[in-house]
Design a binder for this molecule. Structure first.
Ligand SMILES: C[S@@+](CC[C@H](N)C(=O)[O-])C[C@H]1O[C@@H](n2cnc3c(N)ncnc32)[C@H](O)[C@@H]1O
Length: 255
């Protein structure tokens, strides 16, 4: 994949909010002494590194389709990184733990990919992933409505996708059907964001990237101004900050 679908700088600003689901996910992986642990869509690799802390004897391997991210990740003993696309990546040995945090919502074929990934697991191997489940939230609804309205429609009308991810019960059903024992759940975190246009700033690093890719700088500014006003009305700034509920979906499947 050639273009970056998220902005590493903006993403890093919210490191705490974004790493919390990763830790909540990894906590539920009951693997004791895995030999080979993989982080698919590892981004800048900071979180991958924590997998090495959790399982010091494991070979931990991260991959991401963005060379910009992988170039920055210093390697260590037992810790390796590579540039690779999730849809075509294949390991050279069975995987004991395959983790994927906030990647699969970007992969339209992820439902089929789950079957491939289960096939890559060692006996008793675990597949653990987290995806945002907030596509019905006001922030996404407003982006969808703007993309399909008035002057933006010709450039952005085809962007909104149907159901990029499923509900926990659907993943449970799918992965149980693939012979796994499945633990699936959801959590809504209420992030408390600070500063002006807080929600707009948050989504400019992720959900708005595909929009920005289609617009000139001047158009992007106009789009964000219009969207920002609507977001501020829906997510009001209070003296303590802006509350931004964020639903996330978690799955740990054991083969
Ligand atoms: C939201 S970031 C999450 C990064 C990291 N897992 C974390 O939790 O901080 C999504 C990552 O997925 C990567 N990505 C998107 N599509 C991908 C694909 N098809 N194959 C591999 N990586 C992909 C992006 O480059 C980005 O680094």
């Amino acid at each position: 994949m050639s273009r970056d679908i998220w902005d590493p700088q903006v993403y890093a600003t919210y490191a705490d909010e974004r790493s919390r689901p990763f830790f909540d996910l990894v906590k539920r992986i009951a693997a004791v002494e895995p030999e080979y642990v993989v982080d698919a869509g590892c981004g800048s690799g900071e979180l991958t590194r924590t997998l090495k802390d959790r399982w010091p004897d494991a070979a931990v391997h991260g991959f991401d389709s963005s060379p910009k991210m992988i170039d920055k990740t210093p390697v260590d003993v037992g810790l390796t990184f590579e540039v690779a696309d999730a849809t075509t990546w294949r390991p050279d040995r069975p995987v004991d733990v395959l983790v994927s945090n906030a990647l699969l919502q970007w992969v339209p074929t992820h439902r089929e990919l789950l079957a491939t990934w289960v096939g890559l697991l060692a006996p008793n191997g675990r597949l653990a992933f987290q995806v945002p489940g907030n596509f019905d939230a006001d922030s996404h609804r407003l982006i969808r409505e703007m993309c399909q309205a008035g002057r933006w429609r010709s450039k952005l009308g085809d962007l909104p996708r149907e159901r990029p991810v499923d509900d926990p019960v659907d993943y449970l059903d799918r992965l149980t059907g693939l012979g796994c024992r499945v633990d699936a759940w959801e959590t809504t975190y209420v992030h408390l964001l600070q500063g002006e246009d807080a929600v707009l700033k948050w989504i400019s690093g992720t959900a708005l990237r595909p929009v920005f890719d289609r617009l000139t700088e001047a158009e992007a500014q106009e789009f964000t101004q219009e969207l920002g006003e609507q977001l501020n009305a829906v997510y009001p700034r209070k003296p303590y900050g802006t509350a931004f509920p964020f639903r996330r979906i978690f799955v740990v499947a054991e083969k």
